[in-house]
Design a binder for this molecule. Structure first.
Ligand code: IPE
Ligand code: IPE
Ligand code: MG
Length: 250
């Protein structure tokens, strides 16, 4: 567990086994647009509603002693959406982070942002830096927000960094192994996710954590992200605990 012993852990809901909890959960938070459409609302209202599901999920994971929660907030492909929606999302990320930073600090959450943050609006980048720095020493759950994240981009960037180090003579290419490779990924300090949850029923990983999900257990639910609640999370955890992880063994 990456959480400190001093962090209080609440009793688990009935049926869940403390000894078989995932240490790291990854989530593809999908279905905001469809949730809004079904209610006759603009897609953007789905994103606003999705923030509440995220807060709730983070609080539950923290309470139940999960070591890390890594969520997909914006992919490298999401720039292809209409500019109104992209701008709305950037403004939403900024306002939510501003509003929630204090509460994250009080809950000992260690927040990080994974992805190519360069193209993000400057005000958002400043706030991201502030929130990462000011929570870096927190002892609670690691909360990783994948923003302008793409698994392929991450792998290419890692390859570039390793190549640069090799050219400078700092690294012998023949010594590059899985650990050295993983140390150049955005997730360098994190264990691999044990459980991947995808909402909205889509059975694909959409360029998320291509390297890190190698042996994750996958739980797909039809629940749309703004409707994802404690019951849906418990279902995912029960599903996870019913699996036999073999890692290629027998
Ligand atoms: C996920 O919901 C949120 C982001 C990708 C930012 P969507 O916006 O993809 O919602 P659907 O899939 O269109 O319903
Ligand atoms: C994945 O959802 C990205 C995020 C949840 C941020 P998308 O809605 O972008 O994925 P596709 O287009 O259905 O594969
Ligand atoms: Mg979607």
């Amino acid at each position: 567990m990456s959480t400190d012993d001093s962090i209080k852990v609440s009793p688990l809901p009935k049926g869940l086994n403390r000894l078989r909890m995932p240490d790291h959960i990854a989530v593809i938070m999908d279905g905001n647009g469809r949730w809004a459409k079904a209610k006759g609302l603009p897609r953007t209202m789905g994103h606003t509603a999705g923030v509440e599901s995220l807060k709730n999920t983070l609080n539950l994971c923290s309470k139940w002693g999960i070591g890390a929660l890594t969520v997909y907030a914006f992919s490298t492909e999401n720039w292809s959406r209409p500019s109104d929606e992209v701008n709305f999302l950037m403004t939403l990320f900024e306002s939510v982070l501003k509003r929630e930073l204090n509460s994250l600090k009080l809950k000992e959450v260690k927040i990080n942002f994974l992805g190519d943050l360069d193209p993000l609006p400057i005000a958002l980048k400043d706030l991201i830096n502030e929130s990462v720095e000011s929570t870096a020493k927190n002892k609670g759950i690691h909360f990783n927000v994948c923003t302008n994240y793409g698994g392929r981009r991450e792998l290419v960037l890692a390859a570039q960094k390793l190549a640069e180090r090799s050219v400078k003579g700092e690294l012998d290419p023949s010594l590059i192994d899985e650990n050295i490779f993983a140390s150049e990924l955005f997730t360098a300090s994190e264990t691999d996710p044990d459980l991947l949850i995808r909402t909205s029923g889509e059975k694909r990983i959409s360029n998320f954590l291509l390297w890190q999900l190698a042996y994750a257990e996958i739980h797909v639910t039809d629940v749309l992200w703004p409707d994802f609640n404690a019951d849906a999370l418990i279902k995912a955890l029960l599903d996870y605990q019913s699996r036999r992880r073999r890692f290629g063994g027998v």
